[in-house]
Structures are given as C-alpha cells and as structure tokens.
Write a protein that binds this ligand. Structure first.
Ligand SMILES: Cc1cc2nc3c(=O)[nH]c(=O)nc-3n(C[C@H](O)[C@H](O)[C@H](O)COP(=O)(O)O)c2cc1C
Length: 203
C-alpha cells in the first residue's frame, strides 16, 4: 500500500535537490508509474506565447535535466530565441509533483551520439525521417522517407545534425506532496550563492 498522504518536512529533504529528485524518481519507478520519466516541457515562443509538450527525461544529474529531440522542431526554435524552460513531472500513485525552471543549452554531440547508439533501430530511422513540427501534406510522405532510410541504412542511420540533447540547468525545483484536504506540502529549492535555499510554499 502506497502512502499518498506522507508528510513532506524540511528535515526529510536531501540538501541536494538532484539527489532528492532521483530519490523520488526511483520510488516512482518502483511503485509502477507507467512512464515516470515523462515530463511536460514548457518554453516561450518567439511571439511570447507559452508552449508545452511532453518529453522523456534521459537523466538528471548535477549538470541538469537532459532530454533529446529535434533541433529544428518548434521547441528548438523557442529555445534558440529564449533559452529558458520549465518542467513538470506528475506521479499519481505517489500523489507527487515536481516542478523545475532554469536555463537550457544543447548537450555536446558526444552525449547525443552515445544516446543515439542505444536507441532501437526503428526509433533512429523515425527520428531521422521526421521533420519534427513541420506541416505535412499527408502521412505517406513520412512513410516513404522511413522506407527510404530503412533501405539505405539497414543497421540504422547515423546521428543527423538536426537531432540531439538539451540540458535544463535548474534555478529552482519544487517538490509537491499531496495531502489530505488538499493541505498539500510544497517545498522549493532556489539556487543561492552558497548552495540551495529551501522554502515552504502555501498549497
Ligand atoms: C509521453 C511522451 C513522451 C515524449 N517524448 C519525447 C521526447 O523525448 N522527445 C521529443 O522530441 N518528443 C517527444 N514526444 C513528442 C512531443 O510531445 C512533441 O509532439 C514533439 O516533440 C514536437 O514538439 P514541438 O512541436 O513543440 O517541438 C513525447 C510525447 C509523449 C506523449
């Protein structure tokens, strides 16, 4: 039985928010969340509108939160104009949410190459075949390109220049624990000169 009303107190928190995040993340996987690594990624469009979509977290470490995508997609265009992003994770079985905000930069190509090599062949072909976020006349065009690349690269295509990782370096991370009567716990880490400051927010 998962305790969805476990209190979250300041003294329970790791002083390092990344260690705290990975703790919660591991538990989310242990309790059988379907895609604990699914996160909403918010950006700002060049027109100033908010934009949000789901992506998969590859890794969270001291450098930040890494995900992979198309460098010519709408999100990439957003990040080129304003290199800031926000993430939200939701793990319903634990009644927990994590929110992150920070600056975003590309990972280096070695990191993208290493991840690309691990991906199943079909996923690599699909990523190479898809001009992500562009308007398509129909689905057939995509399937023709998939089939062309499949014939050309039976072992999978090389990493295209337009595909790779981003790293969001957090300035603030909030841990939200659902509680009875919606009297939830919210604890937010904010980057300070000498480490991380932790504050409690009202639910
Ligand atoms: C659960 C889930 C995970 C996803 N993971 C990724 C991902 O890791 N990278 C990616 O480029 N798109 C991913 N997508 C697709 C994106 O949500 C989105 O459709 C795509 O990246 C284009 O977004 P954009 O037009 O805002 O750039 C995922 C979608 C879902 C529902």
């Amino acid at each position: 039985m998962i305790d969805t009303d476990a209190p979250l107190d300041e003294e329970d928190l790791d002083p390092d928010p990344i260690a705290q995040f990975n703790d919660w993340f591991r538990l989310a996987a242990q309790v059988g969340e379907l895609q604990p690594n699914a996160m909403a990624l918010a950006t700002v469009t060049p027109e100033g509108d908010p934009a949000v979509r789901m992506v998969l977290l590859h890794r969270a470490d001291q450098q930040g939160f890494v995900f992979f995508t198309n460098y010519e997609s709408a999100k990439a265009r957003d990040l080129a104009a304003r290199a800031r992003g926000a993430l939200a994770f939701y793990w319903p079985r634990l009644h927990r949410q994590v929110r992150v905000v920070g600056s975003v930069e590309r990972t280096d190509r070695e990191e993208s190459l290493a991840y690309w090599a691990q991906r199943p062949c079909g996923n690599r072909i699909a990523a190479a075949a898809s001009p992500q976020s562009r308007v398509l006349p129909d689905r057939a065009l995509l399937e023709i390109e998939f089939a062309r690349l499949e014939r050309l690269y039976p072992e999978g295509p090389p990493l295209p220049d337009f595909w790779g990782g981003y790293r969001l370096r957090p300035d603030a991370i909030e841990f939200w624990q659902g509680r009875t009567h919606r009297l939830h716990d919210r604890l937010r880490y904010t980057r300070a000169a000498d480490g991380w400051r932790i504050e409690r927010l009202a639910p």
